[in-house]
Each structure stands twice: as C-alpha cells, then as structure tokens.
Design a protein around this ligand. Sequence first.
Ligand code: HEM
Length: 547
Amino acid sequence: MTSFLEYLSHPLFIASCLLVGVVVLWAATSVPSPVPSNLPWQGMKEQEFLGHFRASLRSFGSMREWLKDGYERYSKNGKSYIIPDVSGRTEVIIPPQKLRWLLDHPDSVSSVGAAHYDQLVGDYNFTDPYVLGTLYHEHVVHKSLARNMANIIPNIQDEVQHALDETWGKDTADWKDICVFSNMMEVVAQLSNRMFVGLPLCRNKDYGRLMGGFANSVISAVTLMPLFPAFIRPIVGPVITIPNQYYWWRVSKYTVPLIKEREANMARRKQDPSFKWEEPNDYITWHINVAEAEGRKKDLDPVMIARFLLPLNFAAIHTTVFTITNVFFDLLGSDPKDGFLEGLREEAENVWAESKGNWSKQSLAKLYRADSAIRESMRVSNFMTHGLLRKVIGKDGITDPEEGFKVPYGGYVATDVHSVQHDPDIYPDPERYDAFRFSRPIEEFEAKRTASGGALDPADEKEWLRLKQTGIVATGETFLPFGHGKHACPGRFFVSHELKMLLAYVVMNYDVQYLGKRPENQWFGQSVIPPTTATIKVKRRSQAAAV
Ligand code: HEM
C-alpha cells in the first residue's frame, strides 16, 4: 500500500498526469480559428474523433505533402483551401493570383501586425505587450533604413571584413573547418548590430550571445505556447518567458546606458551646434529622430527604445542566418563543373577593382551574379513555406466574390510560398540550384547592348525593365521570401547589400572547398531548417583582395 502511495506521489507520475491533463484539455478546447464553411480542407479526416486536434498534430510531419497536393489540386487552378497548422492556427491558403485581393484590404481589416502578434506570442515574448502592439520599430525601419542605406554601406563593409578576418582567420597555409550556421549566427549578429547599435557594442561578444539567447527564448515560447489551451496561457506565458526576461535584463545593461547617452548628446548638439560629436548613423539615432518628429513621448523612453531592439534583432538575425547558410550550402553543394564559385569570384574582383575597393550602392548593383546566387537560394531553399500571413480583424470579415467565400473575423489567410517557387511552369528545372538563373539573361542583355553601341529599341527597354525585377529585393507573386506589397520586409534592402558584400568578401579572400553533396534541409511543420552542424573547409587566399 505504502509503495503504491509512494508511486502516486512520485514527481514523474505527477508530471505525466499533468501532461496528459493538459493535452486532454487542449484537445477538448481546441477549435479551429474561424474559416469559411465552403472551402475544402487539407489534412482533416471526415468524422475523425478530435479531428482538428489530430490534424494539427499531423501537420508537423505532413505539411510538405499537404502543400504539394493542395497546390496541384487548388492553387494552380486559382482556388483556395484550408490547412491546419501545429500551432493550432488554421489558415485559408489563397493562390498567388489572389494576393492582390488580400493586399488591397486596409490594415484595419486584414492585419499583418495582428497576425505576427499572435504568431510571436506578443503578450509575453518581447517583455512588454506594448512592443508588438505598437510595432513602432517597424515604422522607424520603414521610414529610415532605405534612405540611409548608401551611408551605412561603408560601415557594413568594415564590419564584414572585421567579422570574417576574425572568425575565418588569415592563415594561408592550412584549411580550417567552419560550422556555417553557428559562425553565421555570430557574423550576422555583428553585422546587423552595426546597423542597430553601432560600434563598439556590435562587436561585444557577451551582448551578441545575450541577443542570441533572447531570440532562442522567443522561438521556445512560440513552439511551446500552442501546446497549452488558451485559458491557461495567462499563467503559463509569464513562466515560459522567464528566460526572455532574464536576457532582457542582461542586455538592457548594455543598451539602456548607450541610448541615454545618445539622447543626451543629440539634445546637446541641438542646443549647441559647435558641440564636437559625430552622430552615429544607426537605428538608435533614427528612432530618436523619428519619435521626436512625431512627438512620441513614450517611444523616446530609453528603456522602451531598448525593448524595441529585441524584436528587431529577432526579425533580422535568424532570417538572415538561415538565408546565408542556405546560400553557402547551395553553392558548395553544386557541381564544380558549373563553376559558380569561380564565376562569382571573377565578377567580384572586376567590380571591386573598378570601384577601387569601396563598395557603394552603384557598385553593389553591378554584382548581378552574387545577387542571382542569393535570390536563387532564397527561391529553391526557402525556409518559410507559408507567407503573407494576415489576420482578419475587420468585424465583417473579408469576402472573395470570385470563389464566394468569406473569411470571418479572427480568421487567418496566407499563401503557399514553397510550391509557387518550385513550380516547373514558372521556374524550369525548379529543384536545381542554378546560381546564375537570374543573372545570365542580364549579362546576355548587357552583351547585346554593348555590341549595338548602347542603343536600345522600345522592346529592349521593356525587357530591361523586366530583368530589373529579378533582383533580390524585387518581390512578386512568384518570389515571396520577403512577402509582398506595402508590408514587404523593409530590411531586404539591407540584407541584399549585406549578403552581397559578405559573399564577395568570401570569394575574393578565401578558397572554399566544394562539398560533393549538399547536406539536406529538414522540414519541421511550416519551416524548413538548414543544417545547423554541417561544416565547410576554408583557407585564406594568398592573393587576397583585402588584407
Ligand atoms: C534574409 C533575411 C530576411 C527575410 C527572409 C525576411 C523576411 C520577412 C518577411 C517574410 C516579412 C513579412 C512580410 C509580409 O508578411 O508581408 C518581414 C517583415 C519585416 N522584416 Fe524582414 N526579413 C529579413 C531580414 C530583415 C532585417 C535584416 C530586418 C531589419 C532591419 C527586417 C525587418 C523587418 C520588419 C520591420 C518587418 C515588418 C514589416 C511590416 O510589417 O510592415 N527583416 N521580413
């Protein structure tokens, strides 16, 4: 009897009971987010007991197959369908032709902010619900980043050199193994923070590690929260996000004093134009300027500005790390006979010499092959399979007159990015990484233009305009890694310059070995994650361009 009681009070038994209880509650209370009643479903089995719950769980392993089938059956024929997700969210997947319809709704009806708030657990993840509730950092980036791009290019060039020299080294004798994912976590955090907080903080390893830890805690909460039924989340949310609060507390020791000092210096400069101080061109300065011009008192509080740096780092770092990790593995996993690395090196060295060793918007725009190699990797190795997620917040819902469905208030709409970017009717041989897919026609066009002495007839002009729409930053119905429309990622202008400089630096200064076979990416529900432990072999070239 005693031993039975002991068994019942064993922590493992209690924990198992709690877990089973939570799962049962989740299953019993799990209801699909509101969806139109007249659209077909993917993944749901008719009359299945706890059907939505089980379909949500199945989506984790079946998303790839469901998307493929849904694209062939519905999207390719201009039709919409419904798909469950492991987060418990249920999405109406619209075909690419309907994106204009979705994007034409005002933000007060179909909202990207509300979708991200739910997806990223805005109530708890970013230390204060105000941060994702107002999204003031996004407003600042939209207003400031593109217009400051030309001026921050030299800073990023400097940071690329510093980060790669330090982590890849300058040894021209021996090959070095680099774990691409973890190295890029370090490098990209440094580059992004050169833009966010400037020198010297961007190079502070402890700060970089803390920001990385914060981002990982956000991902943990995003993964764990859907496991709990909605009514328990106010209790569980603050507990799960204790690590977020810890990282915030530590990171704020660096950022808050810096912001206070910046505000004081900017104020002093206003009072006294002779004050000798060089204003850093980074996010902190942009934020202060925009918030002052708009009279946003609360958003000028140094603690609040420091909080906004958290979602910015989150938005910038993992996305860019996944992207550049894929670029390396796609390039190095390609057939050496294609000569992609050598082609990139030839281009980078020519443009570098022409621009006398200083990158600018104009010279970076001439890196057609590098641009194409990155865009092609974003096409074939997209890590987000769904895109343009919107939450319907208009109380009357949104109605599609063509198919006659209505997504009710509280429903979600998205599109299948993966399948459209792998459609053979749009991209011939779609599973192949063809690094120069987009640059080849541009180079052919340039050659033709040179041969004709620069003269262009109207048809050529039109073709040139079309070709200009095939660069990294150009979004459209068939290229969606940055979204599309007015909420398309404003960071993409930075990313395109940053990654082109990084790739050019690598090919000009390092020999890198081809892999023979590309290590595979792994599907986890809606995400496709690049290899996180795979390594490459690099060696500093003795004829390096920058030393
Ligand atoms: C390769 C790297 C990146 C990828 C793939 C990426 C992708 C995306 C995507 C898919 C969206 C949502 C668009 C939509 O739903 O329509 C987005 C939004 C956003 N991204 Fe990025 N991003 C990247 C890097 C960055 C960087 C470096 C920054 C920082 C400056 C940034 C800042 C933002 C912001 C502020 C938004 C919200 C825009 C809005 O809702 O109006 N992103 N990004």
